[in-house]
Write a protein that binds this ligand. Structure first.
Ligand code: SAH
Ligand code: SF4
Ligand code: F3S
Length: 453
């Protein structure tokens, strides 16, 4: 077997794609290895969302070039492929900037990797594939998946038609595309048969899912979740990432009606200022977002809310930033991600006047993160002394330690644990740490108050 090393940057969709590339390449004799020094093929699956993310790729390529050169001196060889969103956005430029790169492949074309490798072995030099044949890609992927732990990602929707003025995704991932529901249910059944207990449905705008079934009917995400609910062995369902515009009534109702649908919603708002939201082309206001949150909470009172925020969007005033802080105070998040605005080439916001100085962005980010951290600590504190069901996913760093997730996606550690991976067990939360919970297993049938926090 040849050795494959894949390094993944960016979002969960890239994590899913990396696993699928490994499945695809297994069929032509590549096995995964966790060290680039051993690899015959290295794939960097890249992200273009912020400038820093793209720069990381070039510094990684510099390191790989040295490895490739020393391999060549020893009479060996190494292929380097750049996949993902930087590949899509920069294409040929990557090869021009780093000659050691052999292949550039976009997020919708990676099913062509085996053929690209064959072309290189026939002496084709550099190879580039950046087309958008989304359905062809899914149809070409192998049925079997080898990456299956107890919790798996499953991409159901790709691309984005929203064109927020700061964002590269519509350009790197293309137009919104939903996989047919039958294909998704089949993939979920295979995952469950392989011992997967939890599936997270993925999409850049997953709640805009509209899959056309064989009978021509369009399925919403709620209908898809309802259908996955019936799969035996599957205990937990999640979905991410959602846009407020597509938070439909049936999806909100699913949080009330489907116990397997976990009480967690990642609903990015970006800003609390209506003026900034309009300039971002988010197509909702702060109050509309608050109203959606209220409806979701009415359906599932204990839902953990998460979000993404951008500070320092062009023209953002102190008053606009204060509106963001006020929205955070009103919503009370369990968790969130926040970023300094990063101008991206080709996006409308990059050309706007009144770009915000770096020191102002940094100060606002620190203030927002302090508030979000405080809310996260308060949310986690609600679990102290409570018993919660935990799906154990992996061994911890300490011997005998196991790590899993609560329904609210909090990491939970348990010591002196045996045979827990892949099982859902009741855990009494003994200690609330800054980003995780520590607990003890509850002896089964001992009046467990599952799901009470
Ligand atoms: N589809 C999701 C987000 C995908 S990108 C949504 O609609 O919300 C993930 C996050 O990266 C975004 O929510 C945003 O907060 C952040 N992001 C995107 N472009 C950015 C930019 N140019 N600068 C800083 N953060 C950005
Ligand atoms: Fe980017 Fe906006 Fe699309 Fe999300 S909805 S991927 S932020 S353009
Ligand atoms: Fe990054 Fe592309 Fe995901 S830009 S966030 S890897 S969709």
């Amino acid at each position: 077997m040849k050795k494959l090393f894949v390094k993944t940057f960016g979002c969960q969709m890239n994590v899913y794609d990396s696993a699928r590339m490994a499945d695809l390449l297994a069929a032509i004799g590549y096995e995964p290895d966790d060290r680039p020094e051993n690899a015959d093929l290295v794939i960097l699956n890249t992200c273009h969302i912020r400038e820093k993310a793209a720069e990381k790729m070039y510094s990684e390529l510099g390191r790989l070039k040295k490895l490739k050169d020393s391999r060549a001196k020893g009479g060996g060889s190494m292929l380097i492929a750049v996949a993902g969103c930087v590949a899509q956005a920069e294409g040929e430029e990557i090869i021009a900037r780093q000659k050691a790169v052999d292949m550039v492949v976009g997020p919708q074309s990676y099913h062509r990797l085996p053929e690209m490798i064959a072309r290189i072995s026939r002496g084709a030099g550099h190879v580039l594939e950046t087309e958008f044949p989304a359905q062809e890609k899914f149809d070409s992927l192998p049925d079997e998946r080898s990456d299956c732990g107890p919790s798996a990602f499953l991409t159901v929707q790709e691309g984005c038609d929203k064109f927020c003025t700061f964002c590269v995704v519509p350009y790197t991932r293309g137009a919104e595309f939903s996989r047919p529901p039958e294909r998704i249910v089949e993939e979920a059944c295979r995952l469950a048969a392989n011992g997967v207990k939890e599936i997270t449905l993925l999409g850049q705008n997953v709640n805009a899912y509209r899959g056309i079934a064989a009978d021509g009917e369009a399925w919403s995400l709620a209908r898809l979740i309802g259908s996955l609910d019936a799969i035996k062995g599957l205990e937990r369902l999640r979905y991410t990432t959602s846009h407020p515009r597509d938070m439909s009534g049936d999806l909100i109702a699913a949080h009330r009606e489907i116990p397997k649908l976990m009480p967690y919603l990642h609903l990015p708002v970006q800003s609390g200022s209506d003026r900034v939201l309009a300039a971002m082309n988010r197509q909702h206001t702060g109050d509309r977002y608050r109203e959606i949150v209220a409806r979701v909470r009415a359906a599932r009172f204990d839902i953990a809310l998460s979000s993404d925020f951008i500070v320092g969007f062009p023209g953002e005033t102190d008053a606009d930033f204060e509106a963001t802080l006020q929205l955070v105070r009103d919503v009370r998040y369990a968790q969130a991600f926040s970023f300094k605005y990063s101008p991206r080439p080709g996006t409308p916001a990059a050309a706007l006047p009144k770009q915000i100085p770096e020191d102002v962005k940094s100060a606002r980010l620190a203030q927002l993160q302090a508030l979000l951290d405080k809310q996260q600590a308060e949310f986690n504190q609600l679990c102290a002394g409570r018993t919660v069901p935990v799906l154990f996913e992996r061994a911890g760093t300490k011997p005998g330690q196991a790590i899993g997730r609560s329904p609210w996606l909090q990491p939970v550690h348990v010591d002196n644990a045996r045979n827990l991976i892949g099982h859902i067990r009741d855990v009494r939360i003994a200690q609330v740490l800054s980003n995780s919970l520590k607990g003890e297993l509850v002896v089964q049938n001992a009046n467990a108050m599952a799901g009470s926090c």
